[in-house]
Design a binder for this molecule. Structure first.
Ligand code: NAP
Ligand code: ZN
Length: 362
């Protein structure tokens, strides 16, 4: 059920755009952020990517949204202030924040650099800090976060392309690594050629894989192959194409944001193949068990990545020139961008130019 936020008044004024209810329409919103604590880094947000998760949350599709909701968890900007005990950052550094701003820091998951699986993991927007105050995301002028959850953006990486790596990038990088789908010569499938999907193609290619895109949009084929470097392209709604590719893939990253059949995808796997779900599909999917038994196949899930892995991912991306294809838009285009995202009409990630276009209301 959606809830209304108890509004905490902090000393620092902030300004952004928020959704007020499940219509999801965004409009200007004044709020406040906490003072920079001794372990905190404050930064001016210059760019913020638009992830489909923002859209799910704005429309309360997962049933737990808190309004007013300032979305945005692909933030990139410049440090403006650091607390007295901050060790990793200084004023002027290029930094970013992804989908998480806090975790308990003491559980088994946190101890293994898997803050993303901490039961107390706090997401960057539309959640509650442990003190009960609400997290407001990056469709806003400023951010304050504990330095542990702040990512250093490599010098060679422009800020506009850095944000999408912090959610879309790590969400596909992490399962490719963890499930050992990162070995050269492997056949890797990517389902859904959107923000996450196009990053999965790029990372899998950087790891040396043969990549097959599995898409509902035949119009994306030419570009997937000629521009993104995919090796082949299957239209998931074409049974003949799917049949011809049965039993060919070592692993699949499924990034689809809505209900869809997974039996045909399991059929594409070789024996011991792995289907990793990363899309935030709200409704249960049908999983015919017999399709797994023959071939000892695995269906798994994965959520973003830990902080250490996120830093490793962005350093790898900078070194191997793995960057998202972005369409930079002004803040007052954001509602149109959401309509286009809903129709899968973006190549491949919208990024809001916060620094140049978000102006405080008088
Ligand atoms: P996106 O840019 O909208 O891409 C999703 C793609 O899925 C679309 O471009 C489309 O690709 C395909 N698709 C959409 N509707 C479909 C349908 N009804 N049936 C089949 N295919 C469909 O979204 P995104 O930002 O990449 O996010 C994808 C999903 O991952 C969202 O649900 C998001 O919440 C989730 N997510 C999860 C994590 C995590 O940690 N696990 C992190 C970030 C996001 P084609 O046109 O190629 O078919
Ligand atoms: Zn995201």
């Amino acid at each position: 059920m959606a809830t209304e936020a108890k509004v905490f008044e902090h000393p620092k004024k902030a300004f952004g755009w928020a959704a007020r209810d499940s219509s999801g329409v965004l409009s200007p919103f004044n709020f406040s952020r906490r003072e920079t604590g001794e372990k905190d880094v404050a930064f001016k947000v210059l760019y913020c990517g638009i992830c489909h998760t923002d859209l799910h949350m704005m429309k309360n599709e997962w049933g737990n949204s808190i309004y007013p909701l300032v979305p945005g968890h692909e933030l990139a900007g410049i440090v403006t202030e650091v607390g007295s005990k901050v060790e990793k950052f200084k004023v002027g550094d290029k930094v970013g924040v992804g989908y998480m701003v806090d975790s308990c820091r003491s559980c088994e998951n946190c101890a293994e650099d898997l803050e993303n699986y901490c039961p107390q993991q706090t997401v960057t927007c539309g959640a509650k800090y442990r003190d009960g105050s609400v997290t407001y995301g990056g469709y806003s002028d400023s951010m304050v976060a504990d330095e542990h959850f702040v990512i250093r953006i490599p010098d060679s990486l422009p800020l506009d392309v850095a944000g999408p790596l912090l959610c879309a990038g790590v969400t596909v990088y992490s399962p490719l690594r963890h499930f050992q789908l990162d070995k050269p010569g492997m056949n890797i499938g990517v389902v859904g050629l959107g923000g996450l999907g196009h990053m999965a193609v790029k990372f899998a290619k950087a790891f040396g894989a043969n990549v097959t895109v599995i898409s509902t949009s035949p119009s994306k084929e030419k570009e997937a192959i000629e521009h993104l470097g995919a090796d082949s392209f299957l239209v998931s709604r074409d049974p003949d194409q799917m049949q011809a590719a049965m039993g060919t893939l070592n692993g699949i990253i499924d990034t689809v944001s809505a209900s869809h059949p997974i039996l045909p995808l399991i059929g594409l796997l070789k024996s011991n193949g792995k289907l990793v779900m990363v899309g935030g599909v709200a409704k249960p999917l049908e999983l015919p068990v017999f399709s797994l038994l023959g071939g000892r196949k695995l269906v798994a899930g994965s959520l973003i990545g830990g902080i250490k892995e996120t830093q490793e991912m962005i350093d790898f991306a900078a070194e191997h020139n793995v960057t998202p294809d972005i369409e930079v838009v002004p803040i007052d285009y954001v509602n149109t961008a959401m309509e286009r995202l809903e129709k899968a009409d973006v190549k491949y990630r919208f990024v809001i130019d916060i620094g140049n276009t978000l102006k405080p209301s008088p």
